[in-house]
Design a binder for this molecule. Sequence first.
Ligand SMILES: Cc1cc2nc3c(=O)[nH]c(=O)nc-3n(C[C@H](O)[C@H](O)[C@H](O)COP(=O)(O)OP(=O)(O)OC[C@H]3O[C@@H](n4cnc5c(N)ncnc54)[C@H](O)[C@@H]3O)c2cc1C
Length: 575
Amino acid sequence: ASEYDYVIVGGGTAGIALATRLSLGLPDADILVIEAGPAALDEIRINAPGMRGSTLGSVYDWNYTTTPQESINGRVIDVNRGHVLGGSSALNYLCYDRASAAEYNGWGELGNKGWNWDTMSAAMVKSENFTGTSSDLHGDSGPIRSTFNRNVPECLASWLPTMNALGIDTNEEFMGGFPIGASIQTTNIDVTHYTRSYSAVSYLPLAGSNLEVMTETRVAKVNIVNLKKAGCKKLHATGVTLEDGTVIKARKEVVLTSGSIGSPGLLELSGVGQAKVLKAAGIKQLIDLPGVGENLQDHIRTSNSYTLKPGFESFDFMIYDNAGPAAAAEVARWLAGEPSWVDYTSATYGFLNLEQIAGKEGAKSLIADAKAAYGKTSTKVDLKKIEQLSDATVPQVEIIFEANYIGAKGYPGSGNLITLFSSLAHPMSRGSVHIDATNPLGKPIINPNYLSNDYDLQASIAAAKYARKIANTEPMASTWENEWEPGPEVETDEQWEEFVRGATQTFYHPVGTCAMLPRKDGGVVDSDLVVYGTANLRVVDSSITPTLLSAHIQTAVYGIAEIAAEKIIAKAKSA
Ligand SMILES: Cc1cc2nc3c(=O)[nH]c(=O)nc-3n(C[C@H](O)[C@H](O)[C@H](O)COP(=O)(O)OP(=O)(O)OC[C@H]3O[C@@H](n4cnc5c(N)ncnc54)[C@H](O)[C@@H]3O)c2cc1C
């Protein structure tokens, strides 16, 4: 067919979740999902949790990069995004958690009616099916399977006692809106075969026959018309044009679910965005929306890593000798349904506020840095972030204790290493993503402005110093013999700064580029996720997030899709 009721552009995390719910809630509607990447349902590198990371740079990745980032020594950072049915939910690292209640409430406080912890937590619970025992807030009948990892390696056993020794309490109820503390967290593994649970395998099979999925098909633009003569004040999306020129019509709505990098570009290609960007690319502006592609926010991280003492084994052989016999034996075990290193995903986490990592005075000084950077000229988003820096319930630093080496320096070649990732939950830097005027359908220009203010730099340094403090605290201190990264020679403030500028990387969580905010505050969509100035074009994915959450973001993306589905179904039923 070339005509559907709903055309959904992007079969990723949100796109597949939304399409499945629409198919179930509107059984008489025809729904089409168009996905640029292939379906790869049998791909072991996607399905095997322990092979996460092995698909980065592959055909399943859009393989974008940032512009040279001035404040991190001009380095260019990879921007990995899923180019496969399931999108980034097929590529991600399977961390499955939620942010603090205050952060979701903050979305509502920014002018987004109906968006808060109550509505988002209900939506996230709706998408979850938890297996295990827990007093925490979990869903038990949603599509996305979650569980506690059955393989928490012995080399991570020191985590909770070490954090407790530092005065950080164990938190067993980190999903309920108060994640501060040290915890063993959940992962999106389906325990039936210990495989990745993601949108394409967990939502899509539930859909009815009224949902059609087109893969390996890229949308070039949304077709938008002016029906003023017919009495409509707002512009209408009539459908989409594919890269090969084929036109597909939408009777009711077009929904962009192409992610934080894809969706703003599609709006621009369709004539919706900043005058300057569109003019440079020779695209006629239909709606002036200066917020399109702006407000890009991302988590940043550095790594402290340590060589374990003899007797401890880490996951390194599965990454750095993945063609070797030991790794092959683990894969065989996993394929036979037995517990294996292939089950391992991140398990041990700390979510901390500024006082916990930097002390009272340190926290004050960091907040002063943030205010100095943005205090006078700041937007409402900046002000909300600054306000939450002082909220003790809102995590500002995440530490993940990993059973393997990951970092900037490179694996030393042999040995069993562990890593303490430290990540800033709310960097003050914001950047942009726009189409390239010289090649609008090519790779976008992505500039996150990493570390472009003193708060991001100083908070990253404080977090990395705190990670060293953790490593030097018992019982963890007795498990390792050598600090590999940053290395014991890094001691002075100048050396820490040099380390952080040289090591800062993304944590793969770009959001905010089609922000849900009032139009006057740079918003692109309203609280129904409808693009301003249009009657029937929505954006439903990570790009609508107004302020980056402290959690890994897939749970929120599923929640956004669930809320959007309810809104679209309600509108259709009331028509
Ligand atoms: C390497 C990596 C690790 C991560 N780790 C975690 C983690 O452990 N936990 C966590 O919670 N989050 C993690 N994330 C983040 C999380 O997975 C993503 O933020 C989330 O999945 C994004 O969902 P989305 O629906 O916005 O976009 P996506 O899932 O990326 O979906 C967008 C889809 O649109 C398609 N598309 C784009 N443009 C077009 C077009 N023009 N035509 C047709 N189709 C198009 C894309 O191919 C893609 O399938 C990670 C992300 C990455 C990349």
